[in-house]
Design a protein around this ligand. Structure first.
Ligand SMILES: Cc1cc2nc3c(=O)[nH]c(=O)nc-3n(C[C@H](O)[C@H](O)[C@H](O)COP(=O)(O)OP(=O)(O)OC[C@H]3O[C@@H](n4cnc5c(N)ncnc54)[C@H](O)[C@@H]3O)c2cc1C
Length: 387
């Protein structure tokens, strides 16, 4: 289905127009400038306004449960992106809320869900550890029984948006002697618990993330999500959600692959280069080749699209900078920056895009193993031939 040819009903048109003007009012130039400056991908005022207007709840819920229709969901995704809404962490919050909804106790759902959909609570992910993130199951953060509750000790790398969040969805190890997939227990840890420390970390593209430390953090058993040592079943669902491998409806309205919104930034950067440098045939050729690859990446579904999107950013952003010459290395807001630093920004964004939520190498392995049926990767050293 070609979405550009979908005829909108009057109701859907007014939904789009209302949403567009709502976003126009709340996502101001100041909000966008502050977001670029701080790298937070989050704005409290915007988030609360979207919650109060019922948009967060409508995005979270199924249509049968009062959420957006498929068409409105698509309009919503497009308008949120076009407005440059600092928005990235809503995906994480919604993902964790789905895990709470599916696996949490009734008490925990009552405590968390309503306030999450109103915007008051944000939820973040505590998977990655200082010693490695690709293999989430090799978790060293320990949770130990303490009467009716638990005591948690450990640390997590890249706990993005923790400083704006109320809870972290934490992977812990509750049985170090068990095989790794049977040693995990998931918790939703309140971030205001004594013993939690949040330390800021900036990445190369300017994103703000965090290291979080947990020292003798005591929590009640109601914060456990799923069975003790049964955390892998909970985590696997959430990871499938994050990896974009969850089955989507095939009606042409779905977002084709996660992270395609980042490629839209690349497309804007390419437009800016085309506007100022597309006189020469060699430049036209290089731009045309890049744009064709972008289009192909953005039309590629699921895991394949995720790899294609991140790879194309890594390939085309430096090409744009090469076409524009040395001044293209000046960042956004800098005097003399070409195309307002757009290509330089995407160049820096491309690195982390191929890392967070799973690296390109790990996704390529997943494709090889699960989609192409090539078997498990073999990491043993090559056999030395004896002469
Ligand atoms: C901006 C940003 C935000 C993030 N936000 C969060 C967050 O909110 N919460 C969270 O928990 N994590 C977050 N992460 C962490 C992210 O998920 C991890 O960085 C990622 O999973 C890789 O883990 P690692 O950095 O520990 O690298 P490692 O796992 O140590 O990998 C190092 C290198 O080895 C390669 N490698 C590892 N295993 C394999 C394999 N099996 N086959 C082939 N190559 C392999 C990797 O591709 C990589 O090149 C974030 C990361 C970034 C950069």
């Amino acid at each position: 289905m070609d979405f550009s040819r979908v005829a909108l009903s009057e109701d859907d048109e007014s939904f789009r127009d209302d949403l567009r003007s709502f976003l126009n009012d709340i996502v101001t130039d100041e909000v966008i400038a502050r977001d670029r400056e701080t790298g937070e991908n989050f704005d409290e005022g915007v988030h609360m306004a979207l919650g109060a207007a019922g948009y967060l709840a409508a995005d979270f819920k199924s249509e049968a449960d009062g959420g957006f229709s498929r068409l409105r969901k698509r309009i919503w995704d497009l308008e949120i992106g076009r407005a440059r809404t600092p928005w990235f962490h809503w995906g994480t919050t919604a993902m964790v809320a789905r895990a709470v909804d599916r696996f949490g106790s009734a008490e925990l759902k009552d405590e968390v869900l309503e306030k999450t959909l109103s915007g008051h609570f944000r939820l973040c992910l505590g998977y990655t550890e200082p010693e490695g993130g690709s293999d989430v199951a090799t978790c060293k953060t320990r949770a130990v029984r303490d009467g009716e509750g638990w005591i948690i000790n450990g640390s997590k790398m890249f706990t993005s948006n923790a400083h704006n969040a109320s809870y972290v969805f934490l992977v812990t190890n509750t049985d170090p002697d068990a095989p790794k997939h049977q040693s995990l227990t998931m918790f939703l840890v309140p971030l205001d618990s004594p013993g939690v420390e949040i330390q800021a970390l900036r990445t190369v593209d300017g994103d703000r993330t965090n290291i979080t430390y947990y020292s003798d953090v005591r929590i009640d058993d109601r914060y456990r999500i799923g069975e003790v040592n049964g955390g892998w079943a909970v985590l696997r669902e959430a990871l499938n959600d994050e990896h974009g491998t969850v089955e989507r409806l095939d009606d042409g309205l779905q977002k084709v692959a996660v992270m395609s919104e980042h490629v839209l930034l690349l497309a804007e950067a390419a437009d800016k280069v085309a506007a100022s440098a597309a006189d020469e045939d060699s430049v036209k050729y290089r731009l045309g080749r890049g744009i064709a690859r972008m289009e192909a990446a953005m039309s590629t579904p699921d895991m394949f699209g995720r790899v294609a999107n991140a790879q194309i950013m890594r390939d085309v952003a430096p090409e744009l900078m090469d076409i524009m010459g040395v001044a293209s290395s000046l960042p956004v807001g800098e005097k003399g920056a070409i195309g307002d630093g757009a290509a330089e920004y995407v160049f820096r964004l491309a690195g982390p895009t191929g890392i967070y939520g799973g690296t390109l190498e790990v996704f390529r392995n997943m494709i090889a193993q699960h989609a192409l049926g090539l078997g498990r990767p073999n990491y043993s050293p090559p056999v030395k031939k004896t002469l």
